[in-house]
Design a protein around this ligand. Sequence first.
Ligand code: UDP
Ligand code: MG
Length: 320
Amino acid sequence: MAQGDSDLHGQKEQVMPVVSVVIPLFREGEHLARSVASILQVLQSMGETFELVLVDDGSPDNTWEQITRLREAHAEITGIRLSRNFGKEAALAAGLDKARGQAVLVMDGDLQHPPALIPQMLHLWRSGADVVEAVKRSRGRESISSRLRAGLFYRIFTRLTGVDIKGASDFKLMDRRVVDAWQLLRERNLFFRGMNAWLGFNRVQLPFDVAERAEGRSSWSLLQLLKLAFTAVTSFSSAPLYMMIFMGLVFIALALVIGAQTLYMKFSGLAVDGFTTVILLLLLIGGVLSFGLGLVGVYIARIYEEVKGRPRYIIAEQID
Ligand code: UDP
Ligand code: MG
């Protein structure tokens, strides 16, 4: 379809690959050649046409050099270099915009997502799945603290948003329709896993064990993780705002109880002079303020939803 169009317009002849593999890369120069070699090996053994989209997310090391070198050796490789480090989610988005395959596979560049799983994912796609999600059965070697962090985050996220993404990874295969739908979500704050779950479609899960990192270390700092978690929650749920309203209500209720008690003390002559007024005012103002803030917040949340301009629905199929 699109290919035919571009041919008609006399553009560079392009063959649309069946599979695109998108890999965001940050400081992976050390072992990129090795990772890419093992991914290429799997792809070549499958006998499908493919392309490999390598996105350098503004790495300070030699990642881009490695990509150019790899590109010289393999025509299937496309390289994109972002102008600075935009973060994994943005790098993914850049790669997805570039990918032209009928199926688009997203994976990490550190071999933690085993390439050996690719044929199976493709097979599931061929037999009708729109999204094949590799779910973590185990999380590989990870420090207890990061395990706890992840556990806590997924717990809270599921609670607040009702979208269960526990075990979800960014190792996924998506049908072209899903990628096109993903591109309709125009928001700037990205949380790939959550947004992908929001899209729906026919999803199949495939459990896998997270391998150990090829080399180097995970480059997420605690601050980056916190930021991602915060984006994830705030862009999927306004629950924290409703919590504010709830707190306001609790406060007002408390104000009534304590107010009654203070008044009783006052009239029975037990209270220190002037104290009653202060207590009453504090309670009342506190309650009304946090209730009001929450209410304003909810309207802001509505505006936020609208500004995101997400499509109201996404059609999976049509019969004309
Ligand atoms: N990554 C990226 N930009 C960043 C951080 C990470 O593109 O700012 C890429 C990284 O190169 C790797 C993937 O995202 O391909 C996962 O990163 P990492 O292995 O550091 O995270 P973890 O495996 O701990 O989730
Ligand atoms: Mg990793």
